[in-house]
Design a protein around this ligand. Sequence first.
Ligand SMILES: [Zn+2]
Ligand SMILES: [Zn+2]
Length: 304
Amino acid sequence: MEPFKIHILGCGSALPTLKHHTSSQVVEVRSKLMMVDCGEGTQVQLRKSRIGFTRIQSVFISHLHGDHCFGLMGLISTFGMLGRTSPLHVYAPGELGPMLKAQMEMFCQGLEYEVVFHAVDTTKCQVVYEDKSLTVSSIPLDHRIACCGYLFREKPTLPHIKRDMIDFYHIPVCYINNIKNGADWTTEEGDVIPNARLTTPAEKARAYAYCSDTRYMPALHRMVEGVDVLYHESTYDTPNEGRARLYYHSTARQAAMVARDAHVGKLVLGHYSSRYEDEKVLLIEAKKVFSNTLLGQEGQVIRL
Ligand SMILES: [Zn+2]
Ligand SMILES: [Zn+2]
């Protein structure tokens, strides 16, 4: 199976701590590397992860709080110093566009590659990136400022041909695509060979949803239904539910409620408040609602 991995670079919240870095991840699908959020310190985390800087083709920013985007300018500058020539695509709320332009004029004159900015409408659930094997869609979230999550979804592939059956029935090459698309085969004698005997089903298309930062959204599960892995912020525990609501964040229990209602495969917690010496308290309360939950950690690689 082709690789589909999440490299967690940072899963703390806004205040710097010795334990956690600010938000950043790299989503690896087949040969593509896409960064999600880029908090301060992301470059060091990238170095530690041994992910090749130059292979990152795009950065998706959820919102313009510093713990999600202060690392972007430094990263763009470093790409320039490393001699990057391929374009870097940045997807973010539209307000970032003019700021990025001004910063680049100030710090990145003579950059030898292009930074292509794509304004994302955070109020809509829509495809913001697409290629032949993948779509990335925005997920509107409920935060203090414009904010969206991102849903990485593989496109379904066609079933596999059973080569020995194709040879056995002397099916011509020009007909293979019809078989892949569900056609049966009729022999010269008039026998119909059903498609199921000629193919094996394709692998299930996989999906990953990144949801940070947000208040608990009871209807969010509809937008992330059935994903293999859901990363959902869990800044607080239940005793701090009022604070979570006030500051437009979620508790670990609420993250688990979304995971449960969306029937996801696995829930990954993150965006921890610096008040927790040990985030096990968050894990315990989430597991009571959704058992297949794990604590996100820097350096972790999650395979789908
Ligand atoms: Zn944040
Ligand atoms: Zn925020």
